[in-house]
Design a protein around this ligand. Structure first.
Ligand SMILES: Nc1ncnc2c1ncn2[C@@H]1O[C@H](COP(=O)(O)OP(=O)(O)OP(=O)(O)O)[C@@H](O)[C@H]1O
Ligand SMILES: [Mg+2]
Length: 400
């Protein structure tokens, strides 16, 4: 074996179980969210007890990292277990609409849970919906579907997705209520895009998640430490500092990201403990507003555009940059990383996508000499941090 490889592999680590620090990992128990989980179960009680006779629509609203996705997934797990035990034919499907990218692709992802071979092209939304109805009827299935981050798709394609899925039930020949829906959003503003009848249902059945306070975050962090690290290797001061920093936004995801990065940094330094300094280092390398996760989900071309925007904003020190300037920087980056250059229309689409994800902000300039142009800015995030985050990821991609 190569000496370098051997040495690196033999290096001691403080992290016993890295999977537990993965953001996709759902802990056995969600701390400080028992009441909210009970509410969700109560809302769905009729559906779970008598599938087919009732359907339900529930909305979960809460800030970044307040546990919305975790609560829905946990509920889904419980439903699946119960349904198998009782032979209920009740299925749970969880789709992240932002990741799916459009209303059509969200629908497709739902149907693919039952028929994985359906191709992306060749069908219309209506046909996909028909397929879903057929499958549910034929297999006598009842479905609870979570549309996570649905505001993204509503902003992009309008609210039809929600209505189409609701209508599936109304059009039933045997009048079975086959589809129940959980919608997840960060803030209540998306409601302005819905019609009165959908609104009134959602208004009644909303679970609001408050941001976690420092004590709650301390418990969540302690619980993760227990499962992820060897005993007594994370100092109490480091754990407290994580809870303290993350409590500014009440964001559990940020707390866990900090914990993971601090652990990795301590390993890197070959420290025997995770100390406050490692947490500070971790905190300097990430930013609570721009989500690593969102950046990771971007296509390479979208990353390049975001990188171009960040570089322009950093070098000009201005609050906004223009599409022309961004294109120029983008072309240079394509050369640097040897990626193909896309057309103006496509770049424009990427910019709109980034705006939809709240990664950038845009506004129209006031009428100047050269007419109106679109101004592009970053919300409350340092351009340099974004630049670093994207470069880190593009380089990782290039390594593969
Ligand atoms: N009560 C909790 N107990 C333990 N872990 C939690 C709890 N709440 C959230 N987490 C963890 O914190 C992270 C973020 O939670 P989650 O993904 O549910 O946030 P979210 O509200 O969906 O955020 P976003 O709006 O960014 O999607 C996840 O790794 C999750 O497992
Ligand atoms: Mg989420």
């Amino acid at each position: 074996m190569d000496e370098l490889l051997e040495k690196e592999l033999r290096k001691p680590t403080l992290i016993k179980n890295p999977r537990v620090l993965d953001l996709k990992y759902i802990p056995k128990k969600l701390l400080h969210r028992e009441e909210e989980q009970k509410m969700l179960i109560q809302y769905f009680k009729p559906v779970i007890e008598k599938p087919g006779e009732y359907s339900q629509r529930v909305s979960i609203i809460g800030a970044i990292g307040s546990g919305k996705t975790a609560i829905a997934l946990k509920f889904g797990e419980m439903v699946k277990v119960y349904s198998t035990q009782k032979n209920l034919n009740l299925e749970y499907v969880h789709v992240n609409c932002r990741r799916a990218r459009s209303a059509f692709l969200t629908l497709l992802e739902i149907v693919r849970k039952f028929n994985p071979h359906i191709p992306v092209r060749g069908f219309s939304s209506e046909e996909i919906l028909k397929m879903l109805t057929e499958i549910l009827n034929r297999k006598k299935l009842y479905l609870i579907v979570t549309l996570d981050e649905i505001d993204f798709v509503i902003r992009k394609d309008g609210p039809d997705l929600l209505y189409d899925l609701t209508r599936l039930t109304d059009d039933e020949i045997d009048m079975k209520e086959r589809v129940s829906i959980i919608t997840i959003v960060r803030d209540i503003a998306f409601r302005t895009m819905l019609d009165e009848s959908t609104l009134s249902t959602l208004r009644q059945n909303t679970i609001f998640l408050d941001p976690y306070n420092e004590d709650q975050l301390r418990d969540i962090v302690a619980d993760r430490i227990k499962d992820a690290f060897y005993e007594d290797v994370v100092s109490k001061e480091a754990a407290d500092l994580i809870a303290d920093i993350a409590s500014k936004n009440g964001d559990a995801r940020y707390a866990i990201e900090l914990l993971e990065r601090a652990g990795m940094h301590a390993d890197h330094r070959q420290s025997l403990k995770v100390l406050p300094e490692h947490v500070r280092h971790a905190n300097a390398s990430i930013h609570p507003v721009i989500r690593q996760e969102i950046v990771k989900d971007l296509t390479t071309q979208q990353k390049l555009i975001l990188l171009a925007i960040s570089i322009k904003l950093k070098t000009t020190q201005k609050a906004y940059t223009t599409m022309g300037e961004v294109e120029e920087a983008y072309k240079r980056l394509c050369e640097e990383f040897t990626f193909p250059v896309r057309s103006h229309t496509q770049l424009w689409e990427y910019v709109q996508y980034l705006q939809n994800c709240d990664v950038i902000t845009t506004k129209i300039s006031s009428k100047g000499q050269r007419g109106q142009t679109t101004l592009i800015g970053l919300p409350d995030v340092s351009a340099e941090k974004i630049e670093n985050a994207i470069r880190e990821q593009l380089e990782k991609q290039a390594d593969k």
